[in-house]
Design a protein around this ligand. Structure first.
Ligand code: NAD
Length: 453
């Protein structure tokens, strides 16, 4: 496929100014909503073929997210896209000052496989809402989901407005040679660096939504029942293949046993058996093998079983873990949860801040001082207190990483801004201007300027 040709078509459409029209944007957002709604069965079947994700999870964590985003932009488009009047400072009187939000142009969205619809289509929705054209390259790793998106979008949208490119490293490498006006990437820090480097050649702005090891801290002031229930749900949703899933637990040594006991109760209650329809499979054999290698049988507290034939890994709690263990050297991205202990809360925070900045961090505590220290002392993309992952479902909160876990953010108005340029315009009256800034310069003029500034 000739990617250059597709991009040239998209550039011509963007230059025609059509995509800036609010009715045009609304029409296609409505259309995307209809196309997704009409093809829900196809989307659910495809993702099930990829990694056994249930219809319940597909709706709640993928499709509903995208539909909610479309509704948000349909409702708020005029406000988000319209010019915003701001104050004009004294030096510039008499004038009016406005910020015009303009689309960046032709955009490229590169998706990850673990939430193939949400992570590909939510940025696409934000890009189109902001008035851009878009090429989407979903992850080839969730192959059926990629094909389903390509089918429903390419059959229903003009290629010069929105187009899905199927493919992996080779195709992405070719796409990255082209000059886009924005690249939005979701994936690993390793590939994030490749994308950033390619974008730099054209000075293309990027949003990088990456990953890392996200900690969950459980202190002696936590409600263990609540902590265990929420951590078990968040960690083992999608079989741990979630960028913001708690990667490891740091629990106060004094309460370790009661907390692990509560976790075990919930693991049993939620019944993640090999035949459970609600429990997702590991995406492929490569990841299955990588993950099973991380399970040290001597450190298994609960679980540890697996079945390669169906790429099933039982939710596994590891204990007696130290920072030097293999499982602590890389992002786990699977249903294995190492539990480390601490004696001093401040030292736990220090340990976290010595690692790469995580995409998420979670604290379970009822203590106000601990909450304050958690939010002030360590840097992370975003997180929750007494919950996991739910911060990303609130559109009023920007979602993104920091440092090694990414740059930029999206969701709600932040998604719109990620795909927009804020153009400042000062509209000056042709009268009433003191002659202060013009030569010849005098001491009197300088004194006036000093006073004014
Ligand atoms: P990945 O980096 O392997 O792949 C992401 C995309 O990059 C895919 O579309 C793939 O085709 C492409 N790609 C892969 N290798 C490439 C190369 N050499 N050159 C150019 N393109 C290439 O990531 P993944 O395995 O799909 O996802 C897992 C990672 O993504 C984890 O680190 C996870 O934490 C992170 N993630 C982050 C978020 C977030 O919102 N921040 C969401 C999901 C996943």
């Amino acid at each position: 496929m000739n990617f250059h040709e597709i991009l040239t078509g998209q550039r011509a459409l963007f230059s025609s100014q059509k995509t800036k029209n609010l009715n045009f944007r609304k029409m296609y957002l409505e259309k995307l909503k209809t196309v997704i709604t009409d093809h829900q069965n196809l989307l659910c079947e495809a993702i099930y073929s990829d990694f056994g994700k249930s219809e319940f999870d597909t709706f709640t964590t993928e499709i509903s997210f995208v539909l909610k985003d479309i509704d948000y932009y349909l409702k708020n488009l005029k406000r988000l896209a319209g010019p915003k009047k701001v104050w004009t400072n004294l030096v510039n009187q008499f004038a009016s000052s406005k910020i015009y939000t303009e689309p960046l142009g032709c955009t490229l969205v590169i998706g990850a496989w673990n939430y193939p619809y949400q992570l590909s289509l939510s940025p696409v929705v934000a890009s189109l809402a902001a008035g851009n054209t878009c090429i989407l390259k979903p992850s080839e790793v969730a192959e059926h989901s990629m094909k389903a998106m390509a089918k429903i979008i390419n059959e229903n949208f003009p290629k010069d407005y929105l187009h899905v490119v199927e493919g992996g490293v080779e195709e992405t490498t070719e796409l990255l040679k082209l000059k886009f006006d924005k690249i939005f990437f979701t994936g690993s820090p390793r590939v994030g660096k490749i994308v950033y480097e390619a974008a730099a050649k054209h000075l293309t702005p990027v949003t990088l939504e990456l990953g890392g090891k996200s900690p969950a801290i459980v202190t002696s002031h936590a409600d263990f029942e609540v902590a265990a229930k929420r951590i078990v749900w968040g960690k083992f949703l999608n079989a741990g293949q979630t960028c913001v899933a708690p990667d490891y637990i740091l629990v106060d040594e004094k309460v370790k046993e009661s907390f692990l006991d509560a976790m075990t109760q919930y693991l049993k209650k939620f019944s993640y058996t090999a035949d459970a329809k609600h429990y997702t499979r590991i995406i492929n054999t490569r990841n299955f093998e990588r993950l099973t290698r991380l399970i040290d049988p001597e450190k298994v507290y609960h679980g540890g079983n697996s079945d390669a034939a169906i790429r099933y890994i039982e939710p596994t709690l590891l204990h007696n873990i130290s920072w030097d263990d293999t499982v602590m050297q890389e992002e786990i991205f699977g249903p294995i949860l190492p539990v480390l202990t601490f004696q001093n809360f401040n030292e736990a925070l220090l340990r976290i801040s010595e690692q790469e900045k995580p995409l998420a961090a979670y604290l379970f505590s009822g203590n106000a001082e601990e909450k304050e220290l958690f939010t002030q002392k360590i840097s992370f993309g975003g997180g929750c207190i007494n919950d996991v992952m739910m911060h990303l479902s609130n559109d009023h909160l920007p979602f993104g990483g920091v440092g090694n876990s990414g740059m930029g953010n999206y969701h709600g108005k932040y998604g719109f801004e990620a795909f927009s340029h804020q153009k400042s315009v000062l509209d000056r009256a042709t009268w009433g201007e003191p002659n202060l800034k013009y030569p010849p310069y005098t001491d009197e003029k300088l004194n006036w300027i000093k006073r004014l500034m």
